[in-house]
Design a protein around this ligand. Structure first.
Ligand code: HEM
Length: 118
């Protein structure tokens, strides 16, 4: 079970890498737009993250930090809302408001930071 949990963590990291990588491409040298890959990365991170939110396959003595998991879930929902609203604006006006674009990158990095540092 522990190995299976590590595999789900790997999938979770693939979601994070896809979301953050797609954002970095757009932020540095790209058109600073939201792309489909960002939504796909977020969905992968969300599904794997929710699977990891349950206490299974943990090494002995390891306890779950539900405050941390809850915070990450709230941040993920905000990122999802920004991507949804921003993509709508992008379709209408051709561009994403700069604040929305940068917030998605900052909040994604914040979630990874919380995962590693909290
Ligand atoms: C954009 C959203 C997210 C990002 C960027 C992200 C990032 C990460 C990263 C980098 C790790 C690895 C940390 C480590 O191995 O020490 C991790 C682990 C974890 N994440 Fe997330 N995460 C996100 C969303 C979520 C959500 C929504 C949940 C749950 C509701 C969640 C639950 C977890 C759990 C429980 C672990 C620990 C896995 C373990 O060691 O057993 N994550 N996350």
């Amino acid at each position: 079970m522990e190995t299976l949990r590590h595999l789900v963590v790997l999938v979770h990291l693939i979601g994070f890498a896809t979301l953050f990588g797609a954002w970095v491409v757009q932020a540095f040298g790209g058109k600073r737009e939201f792309t489909r890959l960002m939504n796909i990365g977020l969905a992968i991170a969300a599904v794997a993250g929710l699977a990891l939110a349950a206490p299974w396959g943990l090494a002995e003595g390891v306890e779950m930090n539900y405050a941390k998991i809850g915070t990450k879930l709230v941040i993920l929902l905000i990122i999802g809302a920004l991507l949804g609203i921003g993509t709508g604006r992008q379709r209408k006006s051709g561009s994403v408001p700069a604040a929305m674009f940068w917030l998605v990158g900052i909040l994604t990095l914040a979630n990874a930071g919380i995962a590693v540092l909290w």
